[in-house]
Design a binder for this molecule. Structure first.
Ligand code: MG
Ligand code: MG
Length: 278
């Protein structure tokens, strides 16, 4: 995630070999998120998750992509309840009923992996679980549009339309997905709202991080005093799911793997599973 309109790198199209390297980096990210899914429980802290995440990444000969990026201090972004994204790991002890969005980036063999998942601890309110389910499903609605010949606006249109269909959810506008490759944030921006048939054409070799950030209430957000954490204006909860996706042979090739994470959640009695079917 990054702020819409931020400085950016040039858009470039990857070779098949580069896409495979990106896949390896994305799979490492998901391994880290699966570790979060295995260990997360009430009483644990974000700092503990972060320390373990950094160790796992370095064990694989990779480096955390977020640490030091524009002076972000840590390996994971951990955003709790009304925090949307960019939360800094802290000594706060997670509680029953918290929803915890964890975003991770790695650099492996020179290529950046990027994925995120929102976890639900213990007894989370049904309305919040529904937000998680809808946000996660909207990610796949966006991915369906990530095929040769469609445009960036088709992705945001699909996500927004799905999220707003039944519920008065706020689809965040101020932060967007992005191209990903040798740099964490490349062109193009990938908004989670938009008009069909607008924006740049999608074609083979483009790799993008698609990452709906959706709020239970207003779409409006503010930045906390730490100059990082993004929070909903009405303090209602928010959800965030992210895949890195290559357009390859005309189709969407999902480079990250949430199944690893979902398997870990299924085996962790402290966490609630979101309904995966759409
Ligand atoms: Mg991202
Ligand atoms: Mg991310």
């Amino acid at each position: 995630m990054f702020k819409a309109g931020d400085a950016k790198k040039n858009m470039y199209f990857k070779t098949d070999a580069e896409i495979e390297l990106l896949r390896q980096s994305c799979l490492l990210v998901c391994k880290v998120l699966a570790q979060v899914g295995r260990t997360l429980k009430p009483g644990m802290t974000g700092r503990q998750l972060d320390t373990a995440a950094e160790a796992l990444i370095r064990d694989h000969g990779a480096v955390p992509a977020f640490k030091g990026y524009r002076d972000f201090p840590d390996t994971l972004c951990i955003s709790i309840n009304e925090q949307v994204v960019h939360g800094i790991p802290s000594d706060y002890e997670f509680r029953d009923g918290d929803v915890v969005s964890v975003d991770c980036g790695t650099i492996l063999n020179g290529f950046v992996g990027d994925a995120a998942y929102t976890f639900a601890i213990g007894n989370v309110k049904p309305a919040t679980m529904e937000l998680l389910h809808v946000t996660n499903t909207s990610l796949y609605k966006g991915i369906e549009q990530a095929v040769h010949g469609k445009r960036i606006g088709d992705i945001g249109w699909a996500i927004q339309t799905y999220c707003e269909k039944v519920h008065p959810y706020g689809v965040v506008r101020d932060l967007v997905g992005h191209g990903v490759g040798k740099d964490l944030h490349e062109d193009p921006e990938v908004p989670n709202h938009g008009k069909r048939g607008s924006g740049v054409f999608l074609r083979d070799g483009l790799v993008i991080a698609i990452e709906p950030m959706v709020n239970l209430g207003t779409k409006d957000v503010r930045q906390a005093a730490d100059n990082w954490t993004i929070i909903t204006r009405d303090n209602k909860p928010s959800a965030h799911y992210e895949h890195s996706v290559a357009i390859r042979k005309g189709k969407a090739d999902i480079l990250s793997d949430h199944k690893m994470i979902e398997e870990a959640i299924k085996n962790n009695p402290e966490l609630m599973q979101i309904s995966i079917k759409s």
